[in-house]
Design a protein around this ligand. Sequence first.
Ligand code: AMP
Length: 193
Amino acid sequence: MKNIKRLAVYCSSSDHIKKIYFDQAKGLGALMAENSMDLVYGGGMVGLMGAVAKSLKSHQGHTIGVVPEALKIDGVVNTIDDELIITPDMHTRKAKMIELADGFIGLAGGFGTLEEMLEVMTLKQLGYHQKPIVFLNTDGYYNELFKMFEHIYAENFAKAEYRQLYHISDSPEAAIVYLLNYQPPQLPDKWFV
Ligand code: AMP
């Protein structure tokens, strides 16, 4: 597997969340910088996005913000990035992030984060890419989602082997170890035939 040169981080745009989420976001940013992984992200200065980017910058890391034209708003878009890519719309932005990144990590987040994580999982399931996907399950935030995933397998809406599409880490350290050692799994066809 090729090295993770650029890691896409999907995470909350909210500032009104517990400190532990910020602590892990900052921890991840520091470890990314230490391991020469550039940040590809939504380019926001808000929420966990802002925290990860700031942490990378304070550890001499490199950040690439990918922002749709409509969200390029003063006070929302970060001004500290090494590179800022403006896209015409949300769809182009997500596609650009996926193209740039060698792997994906989802920190705690809301609908935007979930949508981004489920998109890269779906694309991997269909064989469009073989890149690593990690959930950073800070303080068990995603436990209910993983229960839903188990329900999906139990009800045969997805094959149980697709648990290998993604990895669950409880800490930034564990997530980085997984990413550094990642080997793409051999996955079965999506179809139940
Ligand atoms: P949410 O989880 O709903 O807070 O949405 C966060 C995710 O959606 C991030 O991973 C971003 O890629 C994207 N996003 C949401 N709001 C913004 C914003 N103001 N600026 C840039 N990206 C955003």
